[in-house]
Design a protein around this ligand. Structure first.
Ligand SMILES: [Zn+2]
Length: 274
């Protein structure tokens, strides 16, 4: 699933093409990606609306139409692209939502497996949605102390806690693995047992890695594409994720891969991380 840097990249790419544009004809190929909104209400709500702003919350792209907000939660295979040409047959085949813009371009949400979600929220729905999600790790008010407060309240594995969207927004498996490796913290360690020094290190590494990944337009392992249809390049800089069995870049030990913590692949160095 695209994480914070990937969705931030998509949002930055599509924003200039969308802000101020009015949507014309809107079509939806399948209803199964809608959450809390019917096809009828979605199409009616979008047609004729003007995009006020485009931003990211957690791992989701948000198109703000003033009275309503469209929240796009791209699944593994989801991408949001603005085309200035007609779609090729293979692009049109998996285009789930298509919206014609008033300058002739087309906004497309494409999703091969359709495990993404679309929400259309009124102001009350938006408040409920955003209040259920934790702080943004790159926001100025996200401090090491705030991270520490969250971690002190949980006995779960630190990796699970930083991936839990109620505690922290936007971090998924790739960046949790990377940040814990960089901070030298054992991913299975109970969150409440981290020291203030570890809070500071983890906070610093989370921010550094997320920023570096945004600068590289995100990580493309398989399907993720930027808002212009390109691959990201941060996969070239990963030190933990995808490197199980390979040698630790810091100490040369073979990196361990396990599914024991949260069912997802966790890669760590048992010498460097404690
Ligand atoms: Zn090591």
């Amino acid at each position: 699933m695209p994480e914070l840097p990937e969705v931030e990249t998509i949002v930055r790419d599509i924003r200039p093409a969308l802000v101020g544009r009015q949507l014309g004809r809107v079509s939806l190929s399948h209803d199964d990606i809608l959450r809390g909104v019917t096809r009828r209400r979605l199409l009616r709500g979008l047609r004729g609306s003007t995009v006020q702003s485009v931003f990211r919350r957690a791992k989701h792209a948000v198109l703000d139409f003033g009275e309503r907000r469209l929240v796009v939660q791209p699944g593994m295979t989801g991408s949001l692209i603005v085309y200035d040409r007609a779609l090729r047959a293979d692009e049109a085949r998996y285009a789930v939502l298509r919206a014609r813009l008033d300058d002739g371009r087309e906004l497309v949400y494409r999703d091969v497996r359709r495990i993404g979600k679309l929400l259309l929220l009124d102001p009350r729905g938006w408040t409920r949605y955003t209040e259920a999600i934790g702080p943004e790790p790159l926001a100025p008010d996200f401090t090491p102390e705030r991270l520490g407060e969250t971690l002190r309240g949980s006995r779960q594995a630190i990796k699970k806690v930083i991936m839990d969207q109620r505690h922290l927004a936007g971090v998924g498996n790739i960046y949790a693995n990377e940040a814990l490796f960089a901070a030298g913290i054992d991913p299975s360690k109970a969150a409440h047992r981290l020291t203030p020094d570890q809070h500071r290190r983890l906070h610093a590494e989370l921010q550094r890695i997320l920023r570096a990944a945004i600068a590289s337009s995100g990580t493309t392992v398989r399907d993720y594409r930027t808002g212009t249809g390109q691959s990201g390049t941060f996969q070239l800089e990963l030190l933990a994720y995808g490197r199980e069995g390979e040698s630790c870049r810091r100490c040369g030990t073979r990196l361990t891969g396990t599914h024991a913590i949260d069912g997802r692949i966790t890669v760590f160095c048992h010498r460097c991380q404690s």
